[in-house]
Design a protein around this ligand. Structure first.
Ligand code: URA
Length: 425
């Protein structure tokens, strides 16, 4: 077998054989297939696609490149959630302890932000002392004793994906549905969860800009999970405007704690409870009430234990950025649009995100929203507060917000977009 013949097959719109797929993934992981060859193959896949048989084999080969975790020693059923990424998407933070409080074990392997979308690990690292890197034994221990763990995936899990994802990131080949689906699902299946709920984001702040693309990605991933014995369900959810009222690391932790205390913005609470119901249902837990577990403090108890078990101080004061700058509403009326992508890019430019994997993030940087689409605003009232330790970035961040919102005359009817747009099982 050789790389060139595999590339030519896909370049000429052919179907890759199981032998070709197994060989190319294994040889790339070992360094026998060069980055430039894999990058050419990834581009051929982006342009010419893969059928479901090819995607399933590609996913299986990436799983086989590393270890598989095993949670069968736990007494509770396992349930995990994966979001395809968005702006202000802090849902994992209240969701994992909430689902654990309702009786499931939640092994939540999470990632860091890249580009305009935030990462769960960056958010949690704003809590003094909290550690994202755990050994497999530590992860199992936290999961067993608290019911939930949120940590980084170890190097042993789907190493082929780690290498390929880094390559796709710098070769313009991230946005291929077969490659996104196999990348996400190889890690989730190798992780060993019994059930999985996918939150597939749709809209300006998401990878998938249209509902059609989101549906295709969701149904591909649901089929991959189900065929591997993982009970998998996907919700398609709106990402045209940021979730909640904050985008940024410590800002989002603060908002998540408000949700766990029984408050917080209505959209964050609604999506957290909707995803919790799906996870509990997929895990076979029928009689739990997630809304009650948020209101009565049991989810907060699990959060505090989970944070402490990973070295964090749940009572510590969260970092605050050194400088703030308020943007005000230029006119009175109804806010009809506040664009997720523009807010995500601005938060990233303020220091909440990173341009390269190795860059540090600012814990306090980000954006606070003072109004959401559908709200009535008055000229001169605060609309957004920008937070950063590096005030020279205000102007650069503000450029991305130049046409981020629309304000219509008072009395204009505004039809709000539902949070959950569709469900695929
Ligand atoms: N997240 C992943 O893990 N992989 C992708 O390809 C895209 C998003």
């Amino acid at each position: 077998m050789d790389a060139i013949s595999v590339i030519r097959t896909k370049r000429d719109r052919g179907e890759l054989s199981p032998e070709q797929i197994d060989w190319v993934i294994d040889a790339y992981t070992r360094g026998e297939v060069a980055d430039e060859q894999m990058s050419s193959l990834a581009m051929a896949i982006l342009l010419n696609g893969m059928n479901r048989t090819e995607i399933a084999r590609w996913t299986a080969a990436m799983i086989a490149s590393g270890e598989r975790m095993d949670f069968s020693s736990l007494s509770r059923p396992t349930a995990d959630k994966h979001s395809t990424g968005g702006v202000g998407d802090k849902i994992t933070l209240p969701l994992a302890p909430l689902v654990a409080a309702c009786g499931a074990a939640v092994p939540q392997l999470s990632g860091r932000g890249l580009g305009h979308t935030g990462g769960t690990l960056d958010k949690l690292e704003s809590i003094p002392g909290w550690r994202a890197l755990l050994s497999n034994e530590e992860m199992l221990h936290v999961l067993d004793t608290t019911g939930a763990v949120i940590c980084a995936a170890g190097d042993g899990l789907a190493p082929a994906d780690k290498k390929l994802y880094a390559l796709r990131d710098v070769t313009g080949t991230v946005e291929a549905i077969p490659l996104i689906a196999s990348s996400i699902m190889s890690k989730k299946i190798a992780e060993g969860t019994g059930s999985l709920v996918l939150d597939v984001k749709v809209g300006s702040g998401a990878f998938m800009k249209t509902i059609e693309d989101a549906r295709e990605l969701a149904s591909t991933m649901v089929a991959l999970g189900t065929d591997s014995g993982v009970r998998t369900v996907a919700l398609l959810t709106d990402m045209s405007t940021p979730l909640g009222l904050t985008a940024g690391n410590a800002l989002e932790v603060r908002e998540s704690v408000e949700v766990l205390a029984g408050g917080g913005p209505a959209d964050v609470v609604e999506l957290t409870v909707a995803l919790a119901r799906e996870m509990l249902d997929a895990a076979g837990i029928k009689d739990a009430d997630p809304a009650k577990a948020l209101a009565d403090g049991t989810a907060m108890d699990v959060w505090r234990r989970m944070i402490a078990a990973q070295g964090g101080d749940p009572d510590a004061t969260l970092p605050v950025a050194r400088e703030q700058h308020v943007l005000t509403a230029p006119a009175s009326g109804v806010l009809t649009r506040l664009d997720a992508y523009a807010v995500g890019v601005a938060a990233w430019r303020l220091g909440a995100g990173r341009a390269r994997k190795e860059d540090p993030v600012q814990a306090g940087a980000g954006i606070e929203l003072h109004a959401k689409p559908g709200d009535t605003v008055t000229a001169g009232q605060p609309l957004l507060t920008l937070h950063t330790d590096t005030p020279e970035k205000f102007a650069y961040a503000q450029q991305s917000l130049d046409s981020a919102w629309d304000i219509a005359p008072a009395g204009t009817a505004h039809e709000s977009t539902p949070i959950v747009l569709d469900r695929i099982a």
